[in-house]
Write a protein that binds this ligand. Structure first.
Ligand code: KIV
Ligand code: ZN
Length: 388
């Protein structure tokens, strides 16, 4: 069977931007949207137009600025929200309204104080109303992760009947286990009449650190779209990280899935978002963290210098990182010193390396990391000159 495409729905500019203190202005959002277009995302969720005039304006400008991706605006299942979203998207070449409502018992009983049947009525009305403005309408069943599967299937079936194009199944609170979330998607695939006419989407939060695993489980069980953000930014513990799901899919051909993401743009895109949002990426973050391709222990350094794949499952260039780094610390061995020295033009004999290594250990005990300047100094003390 030919691999199945997974559409990448990027919500960095909507769910991602809900991070406290990370507000972007319109030019910054346009810059990021253009980068997302180059990166090859299929859908850009540009904002929540009713939430503020600034957000409305950003959605308008992003819709004008990009041409290939679908541009999506969020709305609640409320007429006025839908009208404003439709208005903000009027310049989009491929507009999508993303509307929805909570479907879990907690949401129905405590947030809406209503009945499950009434929720289905509101959902159907919202999708019908959104369809009167745009063809492409996505519905989110908020807190689907904690929604009873049988009821969720009834919600989905009612929406398929009125022409919804994408059904988003959010694990809003990041509660599900991967097997549970995958089984939920499979249940909907097998029990909702007409489900093959629509795309099922994952939207997983990372409260238990399971967002990537859950999204992959959803995709493996039939979802055709993954919602995610660069660097995994988002409320609380964040959203599914785009770079992680894309690289899991790429590194595991056995999943028989693919995306259209230009993976060499992952690192520069991550840097752009981190910089514009003023939000540092944790050093040990998978794929884009500063330590993701850095090796500091002697055993690993020796292995990776002899054969990169000993300790690296991804070629750093594939994600836009120039090269792996060999970090010199007190745990580094001779192989690492020789390697880094050679990069600086010092081709050491065995005796020279033995001498340099002793001096290096003095430096390494005094400093956390031995830098290129320190190596130059060590060579000077040892009377060793560089050769080009
Ligand atoms: O997490 C969530 O449920 C959401 C919806 C609004 C899609 O962000
Ligand atoms: Zn969310």
């Amino acid at each position: 069977m030919a691999p199945r495409k997974i559409e990448i729905f990027d919500t960095t500019l909507r769910d991602g931007e809900q991070v406290p203190g990370c507000k972007l202005n319109t030019p910054e959002k346009i810059e990021i949207a253009r980068q997302l277009e180059k990166l090859g995302v299929d859908i850009i969720e540009a904002g929540f137009p009713i939430s503020s005039p600034g957000d409305f304006n950003s959605v308008v400008e992003i819709a004008k600025a990009v041409k290939d991706p679908v541009v999506c605006g969020l709305s609640r299942a409320v007429k006025r929200d839908i009208e404003v979203a439709a208005d903000a998207l009027k310049h989009a070449k491929r507009p999508r309204i993303h509307t929805g409502i909570g479907t879990s018992e907690t949401h129905i009983r405590y947030k809406f104080r209503t009945t499950p049947e009434k929720i289905i009525e509101w959902a159907v009305d919202a999708v019908k109303y959104a369809k009167s403005f745009v063809e492409d309408v996505e519905f989110y069943a908020e807190d689907a992760g904690r929604t009873d599967n049988e009821y969720l299937a009834r919600v989905c079936e009612a929406l398929v009947k009125v022409g919804v194009t994408v059904l988003n199944i959010p694990d809003t609170t990041g509660y599900c286990l991967p097997e549970e979330y995958g089984a939920k998607i499979r249940y909907l695939k097998e029990n909702v009449k007409g489900i093959d006419k629509v795309t099922l989407s994952t939207h997983c939060h990372n409260d238990l650190g399971l967002a990537t695993a859950n999204s992959i489980a959803g995709a493996a069980n039939g979802a055709g779209q993954i919602e995610c953000t660069l660097n995994g930014i988002g409320e609380r513990a964040g959203n599914t990280s785009l770079e992680e799901v894309v690289m899991v899919i790429k590194q595991h051909p056995g999943l028989n899935l693919y995306t259209d993401i230009q993976t060499r743009l992952l690192y520069p895109s991550s840097r752009l978002v981190s910089d514009r949002m003023g939000m540092i990426v944790q050093p040990n973050k998978a794929i884009v963290g500063s330590n993701a391709f850095a090796h500091s222990s002697g055993i690993h350094q020796d292995g990776v210098i002899k054969f990169r794949e000993t300790y690296e499952i991804i070629d750093p260039e594939e994600v836009g990182v120039d090269q792996s780094s060999i970090v010199l610390t007190a745990r580094s061995g001779r192989a690492a010193i020789a390697y880094r020295s050679q990069k600086l033009g010092y081709h050491l004999t065995k005796d020279e390396l033995d001498n340099v290594y002793q001096l290096f250990l003095d430096y390494a005990d005094r400093k956390k990391e031995v830098m290129d300047e320190d190596l130059h100094e060590i060579m000077k003390i040892s009377n060793i000159t560089a050769r080009v």
